[in-house]
Design a protein around this ligand. Structure first.
Ligand SMILES: *[C@@H]1O[C@H](CO)[C@@H](O)[C@H](O)[C@H]1NC(C)=O
Ligand SMILES: *[C@@H]1O[C@H](CO)[C@@H](O)[C@H](O)[C@H]1NC(C)=O
Ligand SMILES: *[C@@H]1O[C@H](CO)[C@@H](O)[C@H](O)[C@H]1NC(C)=O
Ligand SMILES: *[C@@H]1O[C@H](CO)[C@@H](O)[C@H](O)[C@H]1NC(C)=O
Ligand SMILES: *[C@@H]1O[C@H](CO)[C@@H](O)[C@H](O)[C@H]1NC(C)=O
Ligand SMILES: *[C@@H]1O[C@H](CO)[C@@H](O)[C@H](O)[C@H]1NC(C)=O
Length: 552
């Protein structure tokens, strides 16, 4: 009896229908084989179906045939073939909005403020071959259901099938903000790389692209009215994002249920602005760089100067117009005070006004944030703006906690909404070794490498009271690209970034041993879809769930 119970438990834990990522909130599966009919169709019920939903249904249908993913067992599904002949076939999946809901595009639903996005859906795949269905109250929910549906199937010998029918799922995210940050300033990434990344993000239901588009090293973004910044600050004229590129990326993301939060990091991380406006930047490319910045090149805005402040406010206003998101990150990290201490114009301006640097920073922050708020945006900042500086911020300003997860509590105590982005759990660049030249013993500052298991085991509400826990919007993985480029983008990001996607969709407390076969499955499926996710274990282990666990 006990043995039987154990056998059932194991079968459930390693059930192939559980090869879903992220794990749905509620999942029931059976043990019947069900095949997709050769003429399988996805239809959307109702009139006025938005184009991006129809396109998403088309892509899902395409994946069903092009994935050609063999089940991750020894023989890759050959043992399933004897069940095919007797299996029922599924010829249709129908998507429909629930009563009372009306069609809006996935894009419009995705670009709402995080707390207003409705991503819930119900998915039913009967075992008897009668139609499968996804229902939701929004097209965004239907789209999340499509991503799940696309992960249910394997292929063997030209048969697309599941061995786990019927499937019943009721699903919705634990947190409204599930992001991924990419830095396109240390190294440039072509639009095609960003699009491939957006596709991959959508497969694991990540809904926020945090685009750290510019930094001290380069300014690839062409902002209407401010194109001199990219003309002079991009690595080359071909390493830029034109207005058309931005529109392309924003709409590509939107159609995949992803909102784009741009970041124009200020007042630090702005050395490159000196290329177009030398007078606006203190200690531009000053040496030794380590005296004025955390990495080369040094250079920060002379924010004490009112001309500079209104220039940045105007820049934000112009950038806000090309990004429909409600969120806009203004940065605010790693301000180096030594740079200003030795900057004569800054000291003269402070002397003339009789204010302190902190007071001037407050004025700069208020004015630039007000410019965004006038455009209907919610500014987002890095943690120092709350924990280091004495600036007045609206309590609605979400704070990205990056330096350490130990700082989460203080940000919550300050009453701010927060986004988990802690380097000790979610930085993808850690462990790559030192990169400043001629320093063989150098190491990455956030050593060691953060494994998927490390991120997966993070507790988003550790040490928080119930009231403070409500301030957690979600979290994200981040890729700073000192040592990354298009060459290693996929391997450095995937499948690791999927671990936070599940953490913030399904909620914390996931079992790593039970998750491993599923994340293997995800990585193999990513590769079938052209995203170069790395191996997490020898294939021998991937084909034998649990066999390589430490206690196996
Ligand atoms: C749709 O909204 C109704 C009414 O609020 C709710 O009962 C139902 O659970 C929702 N459906 C989904 C899939 O979230
Ligand atoms: C502020 O910067 C502008 C542009 O560089 C300059 O013309 C002006 O003199 C500066 N004002 C002060 C008070 O330093
Ligand atoms: C600012 O005032 C301080 C204290 O009076 C003085 O030492 C310094 O030379 C002044 N700096 C500038 C640039 O005017
Ligand atoms: C912070 O700024 C406020 C006014 O904006 C001031 O009253 C307060 O003394 C400052 N606190 C510190 C620690 O500087
Ligand atoms: C929670 O508090 C404990 C004990 O103070 C500390 O060791 C740990 O780092 C804290 N964790 C987080 C995520 O803040
Ligand atoms: C975690 O999952 C493994 C594999 O399914 C299972 O053996 C183990 O009992 C689970 N641990 C907990 C704490 O549920």
């Amino acid at each position: 009896m006990k043995l039987l119970a154990l056998a059932v438990l194991l079968a459930t834990a390693y059930s192939p229908a559980s090869a879903l990522w992220p794990q749905p909130q509620s999942l029931q599966t059976g043990s019947s084989t069900l095949r997709l009919a050769p003429g399988f169709q996805i239809t959307v019920a109702g009139r006025g179906v938005p184009g991006d939903l129809l396109a998403a249904a088309g892509r899902t249908k395409q994946y069903l045939t092009s994935d050609k993913l063999g089940r991750l067992v020894v023989g890759r599904g050959a043992d399933d073939a004897h069940t095919f002949a007797a299996a029922k076939t599924l010829s249709r999946l129908t998507l429909s909005l629930e009563k009372g809901a009306s069609f809006a595009s996935i894009t419009n639903e995705a670009q709402k403020a995080p707390e207003e996005r409705d991503e819930a859906y119900h998915l039913v795949v009967p075992a008897d071959g009668s139609g499968a269905s996804i229902t939701a109250n929004s097209t965004l929910g239907l789209f999340r259901g499509l991503a799940t549906f696309g992960q249910l199937w394997y292929e063997h010998d030209n048969t697309v099938y599941t061995i786990s029918a019927p499937v019943t799922i009721a699903d919705k995210p634990a947190y409204p903000y599930r992001g991924f940050m990419l830095d396109t300033a240390r190294n440039y990434f072509p639009v095609s790389d960003i699009k491939r990344t957006l596709d991959a993000m959508s497969w694991v239901k990540i809904n926020q692209f945090h685009w750290h588009v510019v930094d001290s090293q380069s300014f690839p973004l062409e902002i209407p009215g401010f194109t001199d910044l990219a003309d002079k600050g991009a690595y080359s004229s071909s390493q830029t994002y034109s207005l058309a590129d931005v529109r392309d990326i924003v709409s590509y993301a939107g159609a995949r249920g992803i909102d784009v939060m741009v970041e124009i990091d200020t007042p630090g991380h702005t050395a490159v602005i000196a290329q177009a406006h030398p007078d606006f930047v203190a200690c531009a490319e000053a040496t030794p760089w380590a005296s004025f910045a955390n990495e080369p090149p040094a250079g920060q805005l002379r924010f004490v100067n009112a001309t500079v402040t209104s220039y940045i406010a105007d820049l934000f206003t112009a950038a806000a117009k090309i990004f429909p998101s409600t969120l806009f990150s203004t940065g605010g990290d790693e301000l180096n005070t030594n740079c200003y201490a030795v900057d004569t114009p800054t000291q003269a301006a402070l002397n003339a006004s009789g204010s302190t640097l902190e007071e001037a920073l407050n004025v700069f922050t208020q004015k630039t944030h007000q410019a965004l708020e006038a455009k209907g945006k919610t500014p987002v900042v890095w943690e120092e703006m709350v924990l280091v500086h004495n600036v007045t911020l609206s309590k609605d300003t979400p704070v990205l906690v990056w330096i350490s997860s130990d700082n989460v509590k203080a940000v919550a105590e300050a009453g701010h909404k927060l986004i988990h982005a802690a380097s000790d759990y979610f930085y993808l660049d850690c462990g790559g070794g030192g990169w400043v030249g001629d320093f063989p013993s150098g190491n990455s500052w956030c050593d060691p490498f953060k494994t998927w298991q490390r991120s997966y085991s993070f507790d988003p509400v550790a040490n928080l009271t119930d009231a403070e826990s409500k301030l957690v919007l979600g979290g994200q993985h981040l890729l700073w690209t000192e040592q990354s480029g298009p060459q290693n983008l996929d391997p450095v990001v995937w499948p690791r970034a999927a671990s936070s996607a599940e953490l913030f969709w399904t909620g914390p407390g996931g079992n790593i041993s039970a998750a491993l076969p599923r994340i293997h499955d995800l990585a193999y499926r990513f590769r079938q879809r052209g995203v170069n996710a790395i191996a997490l274990q020898p294939e021998w282990c991937a084909l034998r769930a649990g066999a390589c666990d430490i206690d196996a």
